[in-house]
Design a protein around this ligand. Structure first.
Ligand SMILES: C[S@@+](CC[C@H](N)C(=O)[O-])C[C@H]1O[C@@H](n2cnc3c(N)ncnc32)[C@H](O)[C@@H]1O
Length: 384
């Protein structure tokens, strides 16, 4: 098969972080737009991208891109998409998602979905010379994206979003997505010999992702992918990519005892859950979790001999109006504790608009979306 164009989806604002992850896997970047990075690769890159990318939500193949302003134009162009390269005669092909774009003439996602599905039925009946498509084997989820009358048809290789690593079975009310946590860690320039402290760790996502990064544990090697059963991707590619990803863990694990990652939370139930999650992620031995209020963590015995490091946290946002007042003391306590940790950089992701009034002027900030919530990552840096 010729070269493929992959579309890697990420949180808005984190395209650069994803780009550098993709480059490290040896793929060439061809385009970057809001929340999407395109890269050129081969079939055998599908397992590699899915197993190893920490900050992408999913890995899709761009099957075709064309202009369409009339339903017939969409139908005709979709009929030309060579989906038989992936979908066998009995394959179940779904057009699961079509985005709605008010800047395109063809606005109705439902209608576009239907048109593309019809085009694919026509195509497969024609190329396989049959009247019956049983759609009984495998799953081939296609998506249609319109942007200013340009239609991009994608085939999803991931299935369940990549933030579902599998280790976080339990969480609190507002857990941060694993992919976002990993991206924030990368933005802090954390590495395995630095100390990382999360004083609002909840279910442990930030410390767990940091521990996985520090020990080179691939994020998604233990989960299933929709493309695992496809004939187009050899079993050998999956086996080889899995072995390669796991091989890196063993080498890194040798220097594990240097790692210092800490998670604290006022809620002892959350600390219990965080420990269970860390255990499932196979990093429980390299994270210290402890029940502690943010006001007191600077004074904990476990941090006594530590001189410098990174604080990275996702405190309560007070999203509901009635919660706003109650979170003020939490931000004040964070400020007081941070003042005691002189050589630590601090990074906070929050949507709370009064955060910097309470914490002081940040060194820099970055706008990010945590799901649908507009947030900022405020950074307080020791050496600017
Ligand atoms: C937005 S959640 C953090 C979620 C976490 N990143 C995760 O992925 O599960 C905020 C956490 O702050 C904790 N918290 C609230 N007040 C606190 C305080 N005064 N000191 C320490 N932790 C506090 C809550 O128990 C909650 O787990």
């Amino acid at each position: 098969m010729d070269k493929l164009t992959f579309i890697l989806i990420c949180h808005f604002g984190l395209e650069k972080v994803l780009k550098s992850e993709i480059r490290k896997l040896g793929l060439e970047i061809s385009e970057v737009t809001d929340g999407e990075v395109k890269a050129i690769g081969n079939l055998s890159d599908i397992p590699r991208l899915n197993f190893n990318l920490r900050t992408a939500e999913r890995v899709m193949i761009e099957m075709s891109i064309f202009k369409a302003v009339e339903p017939d134009e969409l139908l005709e162009n979709a009929r030309k998409v060579e989906i038989e390269k992936f979908v066998p005669v009995d394959g179940e092909f779904l057009v699961t998602k079509a985005n709605q774009d008010k800047n395109s003439v063809l606005k109705s996602s439902q209608a576009n979905q239907k048109t593309v599905k019809k085009a694919f039925v026509d195509r497969l009946k024609n190329v396989y010379n049959t009247n019956v498509l049983t759609e009984t084997r495998g799953k081939y989820p296609f998506r249609v994206k319109f942007n200013k009358n340009i239609c991009s048809i994608r085939l999803d290789t991931t299935g369940d979003s990549l933030h579902k690593r599998g280790y976080r079975i339990k969480s609190g009310l507002a857990p941060i997505e694993e992919t976002l946590a990993a991206a924030l860690i990368k933005l802090t320039e954390f590495s395995k010999d630095k100390v990382l402290v999360d004083p609002f760790c909840g279910s442990g996502t930030i410390p767990i992702e940091a521990a996985m990064i520090a020990s080179n544990i691939p994020p998604s090697v233990d989960r299933a992918f929709v493309s695992e059963t496809w004939d187009a991707i050899s079993r050998e590619s999956w086996k080889k990519a899995r072995a390669e990803a796991l091989e890196n863990i063993n080498q890194e694990r040798l220097s594990m005892n240097e790692i210092k990652i800490f998670g604290f939370d006022i809620d002892s139930n959350m600390i219990r859950i965080a420990k269970e999650n860390a255990d499932r992620a196979d990093v429980a031995d390299i994270i210290h979790f402890e029940t502690c209020a943010v006001r007191d963590f600077w004074n904990l015995e476990c941090l006594k001999n530590i001189e410098s490091g990174i604080i990275l946290c996702n405190p309560p946002y007070g999203e509901r109006l009635e919660d706003k007042e109650s979170i003020v003391p939490i931000y004040k306590d964070l400020k007081t504790s941070y003042e005691k940790m002189k050589n630590f950089d601090m990074h906070i992701i929050t949507s709370f608009e009064d955060a910097t009034k309470l914490l002081g002027k940040e060194t820099k900030n970055r706008k990010l979306y945590n799901g649908m919530i507009k947030t900022y990552l405020y950074s307080y840096l020791v050496n600017v």
